[in-house]
Design a protein around this ligand. Structure first.
Ligand code: HEM
Length: 154
């Protein structure tokens, strides 16, 4: 096993946990909750799901740049020497981080407030805004995983 193995494994695990959980939330849990639950239960379920899921996203957003920058130093001679896909991966990460922080700091409190006030229409609107940003992050995450795995030669 080389020294590269540890950061590489941590990096891929962090990506799998974050992107895989977003895929499950969007493609499986969301339609199941819509078909089986009324608005109050559904909104409370999502608030609890986000509370638990976002702890793992915080772990991922710390592990990804630390392991990524570590690998960058081990594998390539300096920042400019890395292939373009590594630069793209870093840029997309910053966009994904910004969207996650927006959900965590602005949109999730809106959802919790609406639930506390039993304002279900407002809660539904807040959940819709979160769903949109999670959908964008899911697409970005899938694209980055596909790009990094393909290791294009540009
Ligand atoms: C600051 C952010 C990031 C940095 C500095 C970074 C850097 C790196 C580096 C240096 C590699 C090794 C490349 C190689 O060996 O050719 C790598 C691999 C990888 N990265 Fe990132 N990365 C970052 C964010 C992300 C994000 C947000 C994701 C996905 C959500 C991701 C997914 C992957 C995957 C799946 C691989 C393995 C590709 C493979 O070899 O098959 N990375 N990253």
């Amino acid at each position: 096993m080389t020294a590269f193995a540890a950061p590489y494994s941590l990096h891929v695990l962090a990506a799998v946990i974050w992107v895989g959980a977003m895929f499950f939330a969007w493609m499986v849990l969301r339609p199941a909750a819509v078909s089986e639950l009324q608005a109050p239960e559904r909104l409370k379920l999502w608030a609890e799901v986000f509370r638990r899921f976002f702890r793992w996203v915080w772990v991922s957003v710390v592990v990804l740049p630390i392991s990524g920058i570590g690998m960058w130093h081990m594998r390539f001679d300096g920042l400019e020497a890395a292939p373009r896909y590594v630069h793209i991966m870093t840029g997309v990460f910053l966009v994904m981080l910004a969207l996650f922080l927006r959900i965590q700091l602005l949109q999730l409190p809106e959802l919790k407030r609406a639930i506390a006030e039993q304002n279900w229409p407002e809660g539904g609107a807040a959940l819709g805004r979160i769903r949109k940003l999670v959908g964008i992050n899911l697409l970005l995450g899938l694209a980055v995983v596909a790009l990094a795995s393909a290791r294009p030669l540009f």
